[in-house]
Design a protein around this ligand. Structure first.
Ligand code: APR
Ligand code: PHB
Length: 390
């Protein structure tokens, strides 16, 4: 088999690129290790920057997002028993974010691929890129007992943090930067009315908490927990009690609790791999970088990679100009590192770290006090949260 662009990974990054390229007549094949049901059962964050929402529309996948998603013009930072609101609209020059679950977004992308008869091969095992530095790159994989070979011009590694693509770059070329945080997030989904129409990020001496939502009848809540905690240790009641303790009293009093329909613990990690290109292989999304979820940058940073790659591929195939491909890694990484900085800063500001010296603790307190006393500081937070320009 032969195609122009072989995309490894059928998560949001891979599907989005495949959809955008197909709309411009560029052929792609997506190889996904899991079944579609499995991919669509993963629950992930749900805040899209306006640039990502624009990409969804450009990919002709924005209809349901525009109908069911919620535009949010601000969010709250709860601390010291009070709530400060960050006015995103005011401080970002009229921008906002879209609250729309990543699982729904991935479903929309799959449906769009089906409508266009895009080729997505599920349950592709032992996917392996070959000959990355030659003009004859190809990918091998197995479905059931059958071995396959796919010849292509380019290979996109959109196979997430645990994928095979990044590992195909020789160790003496690849440089990895990593920071692992000493806690995780325990998250629950519940069919209850959200406690607040806008997100609440809460800093508390017992640990961070987040009140988020998927719709007006579906809530998503998180609390910071030690990495040693197990999901089984947390009954629904224990979760709700702890969440309430970390919210201002008037918010806790409003919280509607109920049985949880999903409960999981995720570790927090910052990670960047450089470069994002090796020969004909281009990394995108979680395959190249991970952020802690605090600033909702994960999917959005994947979005800017896809935007740069898409534009570069168009220049290559339509104008014979490969400058965009040559500069992809450098350009994508410049924005990736800014998202890393922002996610690290917000995570550090709002979480409890074991053994924080008193001096550092004081600095965190003054950081928050400064934020809500300074228009410039709020502008900085807002421009990062709605998404830096591509
Ligand atoms: N072969 C084929 N597919 C693979 C392989 C492999 N060896 N390894 C992983 N995959 C698939 C995974 O099953 C997954 O469906 O690649 C896909 C990668 O998807 P994601 O992990 O969702 O990564 P990405 O598409 O870059 O999405 C961006 O932003 O908010 C964050 O982590 C969040 O998923 C989100 C990400
Ligand atoms: C979520 O709704 O899952 C969510 C929202 C905002 C974040 C992280 C997660 O910063």
């Amino acid at each position: 088999m032969k195609t122009q662009v072989c995309i490894i990974g059928g998560g949001p990054s891979g599907l989005m690129l495949s959809q955008l390229l197909h709309l411009k007549g560029i052929e792609t094949v997506v190889l996904e290790r899991q079944s579609r049901d499995y991919v669509l059962s993963r629950i992930r964050a749900g805040v899209l920057e306006h640039g990502f929402a624009k990409l969804m529309r450009e990919a002709q996948c924005g209809e349901r997002m525009d109908r069911e998603g919620e535009i949010h013009d601000g969010f709250y930072l709860a601390h010291d028993g009070k709530m400060d609101r960050l006015d995103l609209h005011k401080y970002s020059g009229g921008n906002s974010v879209m609250v729309y679950g990543q699982t729904e977004l991935t479903r929309d992308l799959y449906e769009a691929r089906d409508r266009m008869k895009g080729v997505v091969i599920h349950n592709a095992q032992d996917v392996q890129p070959h000959e990355l530095k030659s003009a004859k790159s190809y990918v091998t994989y197995r479905v059931g007992h059958e071995d396959h070979r796919l010849d292509c011009d380019f290979i996109i590694g959109a196979d997430g943090f645990h994928g095979v693509s990044r590992k195909s770059i020789p160790a003496d070329v690849l440089k990895e930067y990593e920071k692992v945080y000493p806690f995780g997030w325990l998250g629950v989904l519940s069919r209850t009315k959200p406690v607040s129409p806008e997100l609440i990020y809460a800093k508390h001496e017992r640990g961070f908490a987040l009140c988020s939502l998927r719709s007006q009848i579906l809530s998503r809540y998180y609390i910071q927990v030690p990495l040693s905690d197990k999901v089984e240790d947390w009954s629904d009641d224990a979760f709700w009690d702890e969440l309430k303790r970390r919210l201002p009293a008037e918010v806790a009093a409003q919280l509607i609790t109920g049985p949880t329909i999903e409960k999981s613990i995720a570790p927090l990690r910052s990670f960047v791999a450089e470069p994002m290109r090796y020969g004909n292989l281009f990394l995108a999304g979680d395959a190249a970088h991970i952020v802690p979820p605090t600033g909702a940058r994960g999917l959005n940073t994947a979005g800017s990679d896809i935007h740069y790659l898409y534009q570069a591929m168009l220049d290559h195939y339509q104008k014979g100009d490969s400058t965009g491909l040559d500069h992809y890694s450098e350009k994508a990484l410049a924005r990736v590192w800014k998202a890393q900085r922002f996610s690290w800063w917000l995570t550090t500001l709002l979480h409890n770290f074991p053994d924080t010296p008193e001096y550092d603790q004081k600095l965190k307190e003054v950081d928050l006090a400064y934020l809500f006393s300074s228009d410039a500081a709020q502008r900085s937070l807002a421009e990062n949260y709605v998404g830096l320009p591509y």
